[in-house]
Design a protein around this ligand. Structure first.
Ligand code: 5GP
Length: 173
């Protein structure tokens, strides 16, 4: 049965905000080599939309990581199931993620990537749920702050579905 989904952030609002973020990034990194790193699968739609709206050339790479342990809460440990294709040493990195919730996954990923000695690393997220934070994790670029609700669309799934929705929605049933 299909889930019932209510629109939380309409498509045009998301697209307008991504354009603003892309403008800020293009200005900041003008003349630099910027390397976008997306965390699979959730970041794909946001990363590609952001890259297409930027006015500077960027490199793109992806990694996949899952937190492991039992239960529905993040366990505090992360397993890298697909690593980056090449070294990031000396590069300007923009880590791109769909959402920061408890912050645990991104905390562990940023710690791991810092050890690879990039020239700089910033974090861009489309959505932020600050009320759920368990570890200190502040994104440098945030699309929207949202309340503690379970959302889908723009890469976020419900049972692996609805990632493709062009708006951010709340699953109500
Ligand atoms: P964190 O380690 O910050 O708790 O977990 C981040 C991950 O939890 C996200 O990358 C995402 O996969 C998942 N997540 C957190 N909140 C939501 C939500 O509202 N909807 C969906 N679909 N996934 C979420």
């Amino acid at each position: 049965m299909d889930a019932k989904i209510e629109v939380l952030i309409p498509e045009q609002d998301v697209r307008d905000r991504i354009q603003e973020m892309a403008d800020a990034l293009s200005e900041k990194y003008a003349g630099e080599n910027l390397h976008l790193i997306g965390i699979l699968n959730g970041s794909v739609f946001f990363l590609t939309a952001l890259a297409q709206k930027m006015s500077i050339p960027v490199e793109i790479d992806f990694m996949a990581a899952s937190s492991y342990g039992s239960g529905t809460e993040s366990s505090g440990r992360v397993l890298v199931t697909k690593d980056l294709d090449r070294s990031i040493e000396g590069d300007h990195i923009l880590l791109v993620e769909d959402i920061v919730d408890t912050g645990q996954t991104l905390h562990l990923i940023t710690e791991m990537l810092e050890e690879r000695n990039p020239a700089s690393m910033e974090l861009a997220v489309l959505l932020d749920k600050p009320s759920r934070r368990k570890v200190c994790m502040d994104a440098d670029y945030i699309g929207f702050e949202i309340p503690d609700v379970f959302v889908v669309g723009w890469g976020l799934d419900y049972d692996q579905k609805y990632r493709e929705l062009p708006f951010v929605g709340i699953v109500t049933e």
